[in-house]
Design a protein around this ligand. Structure first.
Ligand SMILES: Cc1cc2nc3c(=O)[nH]c(=O)nc-3n(C[C@H](O)[C@H](O)[C@H](O)COP(=O)(O)OP(=O)(O)OC[C@H]3O[C@@H](n4cnc5c(N)ncnc54)[C@H](O)[C@@H]3O)c2cc1C
Length: 403
């Protein structure tokens, strides 16, 4: 019987352990936190967006294009949902392809995996950090926080640096570097963005529906639509998470918000002039009455360099089109991100050219496998990152158990 040691009891590690055990291997999982699946239990705001039916390599990033392809094709979203169904988890799929447990609880995803591992005879050691892995002639010596263990094959599933509060760390990168692998520079992805635009602070707490674009040196590099949240440090919200990778990848990026998607600049300018004419008793602070939220309107008036207290009758055509332009192109120069504590995903990781994409076995160290976020593969927002964890975990577990 082959002894497989899985390092990390997160999404990828649990899937790898289950798959290896189902193929007859003797599997041990080493998890440094007190329980398995800690990060998984907070995903999707506690609901766990566990996959996306649109998952294909086009939704993934990293130095080696299509590295994720073979794993995704072998065990994709449909196989994942089927596997979870076998484990007793009912799921529901939204129109945009995002899948969630029907229970609406990430905890139930962790539970079905945990109990299946238990039932499948997987040996689980929690509160046990792996400090180093040494490759020998007859397998691996695993140095633990409280002793050592031996295995024929090792699967490193230590995750990435993002989500520090839930166990994200750089330990997995260091373990694999100790075995000869190299790591790309690491960046945050799916994270809140910092901006010095004073509008952010003035609008703190406000949510708006917007078309969001990102430019670098004037060139469009990303676009999406959805909810944006203004905060004292910059911008947050689902639409911002979605474009954050692009906004942080290139220098001098600017996020631009179109706060009135359904209406053109000229039409809006006309509406503002009409407002001025029809209600001359108002001040400029109220020029956006009926078009955008009051607080946003006032901040735009200030951003245009106008005096809110001035009479609305001061509005002329030129100023009206300046204001209309601002609503359609409210610009925020990106100055950074909110760091790995707040990020959901790490962009970058262990270089994938050191691994065979069809087995996830190391090209440098036979018998060593890696899966999940520790590798240089990160997905878009919307269930793609967990799908990579399931696909790669399944592949690594299956291949590590092969006789
Ligand atoms: C707040 C938040 C929300 C998210 N929501 C979603 C979502 O809805 N959908 C989605 O697709 N993705 C989401 N993600 C991303 C997703 O959770 C990760 O991409 C995924 O969990 C990665 O799986 P993994 O198994 O590679 O790593 P992890 O799930 O992080 O598991 C790695 C495990 O390894 C353990 N470990 C690390 N080093 C060692 C060591 N040396 N010894 C022993 N154990 C070790 C860690 O404690 C951890 O439990 C979210 C992330 C965060 C932070």
């Amino acid at each position: 019987m082959i002894d497989v040691a899985v390092i990390g009891g997160g999404a990828a590690g649990m899937m790898a352990a289950l798959e290896a055990a189902s193929r007859g291997a003797a599997v041990s999982v080493f998890e440094r936190q007190a329980r398995v699946g800690r990060k998984l239990s907070v995903t999707g705001n506690g609901r766990c967006n566990l996959t996306n039916l649109q998952a294909s390599s086009a939704h993934y990033h990293g130095e080696t294009p299509d590295f994720a392809g073979p794993a995704l094709r072998r065990f994709g979203p449909e196989e994942t949902l089927r596997r979870f169904r076998e484990l007793g988890l009912l799921t529901t799929v939204q129109a945009d392809g995002r899948a969630y447990p029907l229970s609406d609880s990430a905890g139930s995803v962790v539970d079905v995996l945990r109990y299946a591992m238990e039932a499948g005879g997987v040996r689980l050691r929690t509160g046990c950090e792996v400090k180093a892995v040494k490759a020998g002639k007859k397998g691996f010596r695993i140095c633990l926080s409280d002793g050592e263990a031996y295995a024929d094959r090792v699967v490193v599933a230590c995750g990435g640096a993002a989500g520090e509060r839930f166990g994200g760390s750089e330990l997995g990168y260091r373990l694999l570097e100790g075995l000869g692998h190299t790591c790309t520079p690491l960046r945050c992805s799916l994270v809140q963005l910092r901006s010095d635009n004073p509008g952010c602070r003035s609008l703190k707490g406000i949510r708006a529906d917007a078309a969001v674009t990102v430019t670098s040196g004037g060139n469009l590099i990303a676009a999406t639509e959805g909810e944006v949240q203004f905060t004292d440090y910059g911008l947050s919200g689902p639409a911002v998470f979605e474009i954050s990778r692009a906004a942080l990848e290139k220098p001098d990026t600017v996020v631009s918000l179109d706060l009135l998607r359904g209406i053109g600049e000229d039409e809006l300018a006309g509406m503002l002039l009409h407002r001025a004419k029809s209600t001359p008793q108002l001040s400029l602070a109220d020029v956006f009455l009926g078009t955008v939220q009051n607080r946003i309107g006032r901040v735009l008036v200030t951003a245009a360099g106008l005096k809110s207290s001035e009479s609305i009758t001061a509005l002329d055509e030129k100023t009206a089109s300046r204001l209309a332009k601002l609503v359609k192109h409210f610009r925020f120069a990106v100055t950074g991100d909110m760091g790995p504590v707040n990020a959901q995903v790490t962009a970058g990781g262990i270089r994938t050219d050191g691994f065979d994409p069809f087995t996830l076995e190391s090209r440098l160290c036979p018998g060593l496998y890696a899966c999940g976020e520790v590798l240089d593969v990160d997905g878009d927002c919307g269930g793609y990152n967990l799908q990579w964890a399931w696909s790669s975990g399944h592949l690594a577990g299956a291949c590590a158990a092969e006789v």
